[in-house]
Design a protein around this ligand. Structure first.
Ligand SMILES: C[S@@+](CC[C@H](N)C(=O)[O-])C[C@H]1O[C@@H](n2cnc3c(N)ncnc32)[C@H](O)[C@@H]1O
Length: 210
């Protein structure tokens, strides 16, 4: 079943972004800050025969220029956009995304000291997720001096992040103290090599439908 019946276009920087994928595909997966884009490219290749569309949003134009022509060329189910995800997410219809991927977001969007800035963004993200959809958040804890992580500090941080996303209205589902094995990205590979100083946490955050 297709939930979106109208043609939607949106202004993106100095040109128009074609949002007709909303009409054509049953499922939508969005990656925020995709970096080199390889993860989304791989996922979209695995799913080429399903009716799923992959939308990647990256603010850094040099990364976008490298990813866009090389990776999404001639792929019907993948679009890389050079913009801030706040802007694009805000313009998606509510209840439109099956999965939103936030893989190792910039500290501005997850650190404790920036919480007041990012809380409204995750509230918007929650509105955009379908009833049975989820936000997959993979994030990391490090010591301020980048020394080996003290386990109790990690446990306190984990408690804080779970409480914060619960307070935002998410249901915290699976909690994994590593990266799911099917996921790989430039930063996942970098961070996984330093597990003493970088503790990774994966949260499946669903919507409370009651
Ligand atoms: C730590 S990197 C992670 C990249 C990728 N997810 C990975 O795992 O390799 C964070 C990425 O988010 C991008 N980014 C930061 N703020 C953004 C925003 N407001 N909108 C879109 N992308 C953003 C950065 O340019 C960078 O590529």
């Amino acid at each position: 079943m297709n939930l979106f019946k109208s043609n939607v276009f949106l202004d993106q920087m100095d040109h128009c972004m074609d949002m007709s994928f909303l009409n054509k595909y049953d499922k939508l997966i969005v990656e925020l800050g995709y970096g080199d884009g390889k993860l989304l490219y791989q996922l979209s290749t695995k799913d080429e025969n399903t009716n799923t569309f992959y939308l990647g949003i990256e603010i850094d134009s040099s990364q976008y220029r490298r990813s866009y022509p090389t990776l999404s060329n001639r792929k019907h189910n993948l679009l890389f956009v050079n913009s801030s995800f706040e802007e694009i997410i805000a313009k998606l219809p509510d209840y439109s995304a099956d999965e939103i991927l936030s893989i190792l977001p910039h500290p501005k969007y997850i650190d404790r000291k920036n919480e007041r800035f990012w809380r409204p963004i995750y509230k918007t993200i929650l509105r955009k997720i379908k009833k049975n959809g989820h936000l997959l958040l993979i994030t990391e804890f490090t010591d301020e001096l980048f020394s080996p992580v003290i386990y109790n500090d990690y446990v306190n941080w984990k408690g804080w992040i779970i409480e914060t996303f619960t307070d935002l209205g998410f249901i915290v589902g699976n909690i994994i103290e590593e990266v799911p094995h099917t996921y790989t990205s430039k930063f996942i590979d970098l961070f996984s090599n330093d597990q003493e100083r970088i503790k990774i946490l994966t949260l499946y955050l669903t919507k409370n439908c009651n």
